[in-house]
Design a protein around this ligand. Structure first.
Ligand code: ATP
Ligand code: MG
Length: 410
C-alpha cells in the first residue's frame, strides 16, 4: 500500500539499525498519514521502544532534546529525523501517570510504554498509524485506516478531555481538515466550540509555531476562514477592532498572496503576514478624520505589536521588518524631490511595494500609486525624473493627505 521509494532512505536506515539492536521501530504519524493520502511527507518521524539514552548510543550523530517531551534527533548532512520512545498515558482518561495542571493540561509525559499505549496518546486516529518499511505492515489500533478511507478526522478518546490536555489540538484539527480535505467529525467540532477558549493558556512561543504552521503551509486563506468560523482566530491574531476587521479584504488578500507565493516557490516570511494582519488596526488607531495622524501612527506601531506579542511570540528580527513595511507605506505615498529615490533604496522596498499592491487590490484608493512605483522601479534615470515631474504637474506629489486611508477599513 505504501511505496518505500517515497520514504527517506535515511529514515529507513534508522529503522534497520534499531532492529539490528533488537528494538522495535516504525515510521509514524504525519508521514504515514500523508503517504496513504498520496501526499509527499515533509518529514519522517520514527517511534521505537528504545529509550532516548539507548537511541543516543546507537547513532553517533544524534542528540537528545526536550524536557516535557524527550526525544532524539538523529541527523546526517542533509536530514534530521525525530526518533521518539513509545509513551503510555492517554486513553481518553488521565490514569495518573501524567503530570497535569488544574485545567487538565499535560505538563510532563515522559512515561515510557508499549506501541499500543503510544497510539492512544496521539491526537487523531489518522495520526496514529505505524508503518514498518521492512515488512510493509501497518499497525492500526484506532481505525485510522478506515478514517483515512472515509476522509474523516476522529479524535482518539473523548475530544473534550484531549483538548483540555492540549488545547493546540483544536488548531491541528483545523489544519489537517484543510490540508487533507477531510471532514472534522461532529464531536470534535463540538469540543472545539467548548474548549477552544483554553488556547488562551497556551504559551505565546508555541502559538507562534502554530501560527506559522497554519498560515505558511499554502492553505492560509482556508485555514483563516475555518478559524473564524470556529471563533478561534482571536487566539492567533490580536483583535482590537470589535470584530469588524475580519471582513477586511486586506487580510484575505494577504493570506491569498501568501498561498500563491508558496505555490510558486517564492520566499515567504511570517513578518510580512503579521504586518498585513495588523495593518487595519494600525490604520484605525492612527486615523484623524480621513487622514493619517503621524504621531498616532508611530505611537500605535509598538502598542499593536505588543498586543500581538502577548498572543504569539514574534521573534525580534521581525519587529523592525514589520515596522519598516508599515512606515514605508507612508513613504510610498510621498513622492517629492529625492524621496522616491531614497525609498527605492530602502532594503525593505520590495516587501513594502508588494504590500502596497495588496492594499490596492484589497481596497485602498491610492490612484495608481502601485502602478507609478512599478514604472519608477523599472525605468531609467530620465524617465524616473519625468515620472516625478508629471506628478508635480498634476498636483499629486503628496498623496498621503489626499487619499483617504479610511477606505481601507471597509
Ligand atoms: P505535519 O507535520 O504535517 O504538521 P504531523 O501529524 O506530522 O503533521 P507533527 O507535529 O509533526 O504533526 O507530529 C507528529 C505526530 O505526533 C502526529 O502525527 C501525532 O501522532 C503526534 N502529535 C503531534 N502533536 C500532537 C499533539 N499536540 N497531541 C497529540 N499527538 C500529537
Ligand atoms: Mg510531522
Amino acid at each position: 500500500m505504501i511505496n518505500n521509494k517515497k520514504i527517506s532512505k535515511f529514515a529507513i536506515s534508522i529503522v534497520k539499525d534499531l532492529h539490528k539492536n533488537n528494538f522495535q521501530a516504525y515510521l509514524v504519524g504525519g508521514c504515514v498519514r500523508d503517504l496513504l493520502c498520496g501526499i509527499n511527507p515533509k518529514d519522517f518521524d520514527i517511534a521505537t521502544d528504545a529509550t532516548p539514552e539507548q537511541i543516543r548510543k546507537i547513532f553517533r550523530a544524534s542528540r537528545i532534546i526536550g524536557k516535557r517531551f524527550k526525544l532524539v534527533h538523529v541527523f546526517n548532512r542533509s536530514e534530521l529525523i525525530e526518533v521518539a520512545t513509545f509513551r503510555s498515558g492517554n486513553n481518553g482518561f488521565n490514569d495518573g501517570n501524567l503530570v497535569t495542571d488544574q485545567s487538565g493540561k499535560i505538563i510532563r509525559d515522559n512515561v515510557w510504554g508499549t506501541l499500543e499505549e503510544d497510539t492512544y496518546r496521539r491526537d487523531f486516529t489518522i495520526n496514529a498509524l505505524y508503518y514498518c518499511p521492512i515488512t510493509g505492515k501497518i499497525e492500526d489500533y484506532n481505525k485510522g485506516l478506515k478514517h483515512i478511507h472515509n476522509k474523516e478526522i476522529v479524535s482518539i478518546g473523548d475530544p473534550d478531555l484531549r483538548f483540555e490536555e492540549d488545547p493546540v489540538r483544536s488548531l491541528r484539527a483545523i489544519r489537517f481538515c484543510t490540508k487533507l480535505n477531510f471532514k472534522i467529525n461532529n464531536n470534535i467540532k463540538e469540543a472545539i466550540y467548548k474548549k477552544g477558549h483554553l488556547l488562551s493558556s497556551v504559551s505565546n512561543a508555541r502559538l507562534f509555531d502554530e501560527f506559522c504552521k497554519i498560515f505558511l503551509n499554502g492553505m492560509a486563506e482556508k485555514n483563516f476562514n475555518k478559524l473564524v468560523s470556529f471563533g478561534l482566530n482571536k487566539y492567533l491574531v490580536s483583535t482590537n477592532l470589535n470584530g469588524c476587521e475580519f471582513s477586511n479584504q486586506l487580510i484575505i488578500e494577504a493570506l491569498r498572496n501568501t498561498d500563491k507565493r508558496i505555490k510558486n516557490n517564492q520566499s515567504i516570511t511570517p513578518g510580512f503576514l503579521i504586518a498585513a494582519l495588523l495593518w487595519p488596526q494600525l490604520i484605525k488607531k492612527s486615523l484623524k478624520g480621513n487622514e493619517i495622524n503621524l504621531k498616532k501612527f508611530f505611537r500605535s506601531m509598538d502598542s499593536i505589536l505588543r498586543n500581538q506579542q502577548k498572543i504569539t511570540a514574534i521573534p525580534r528580527k521581525f519587529h523592525t521588518y514589520i515596522k519598516d513595511i508599515w512606515v514605508l507605506q507612508l513613504k510610498l505615498h510621498s513622492r517629492i524631490g529625492r524621496q522616491p529615490y531614497k525609498t527605492l533604496k530602502h532594503p525593505r522596498f520590495r516587501a513594502a511595494y508588494d504590500f502596497l499592491l495588496i492594499r490596492e487590490k484589497a481596497a485602498a484608493k491610492t490612484k495608481d500609486l502601485g502602478f507609478w512605483w512599478t514604472e519608477f522601479q523599472k525605468n531609467n534615470e530620465d524617465l524616473k525624473k519625468k515620472l516625478i515631474i508629471d506628478l508635480k504637474k498634476n498636483n499629486l506629489e503628496e498623496s498621503t493627505k489626499i487619499f483617504g486611508f479610511s477606505k481601507e477599513l471597509r
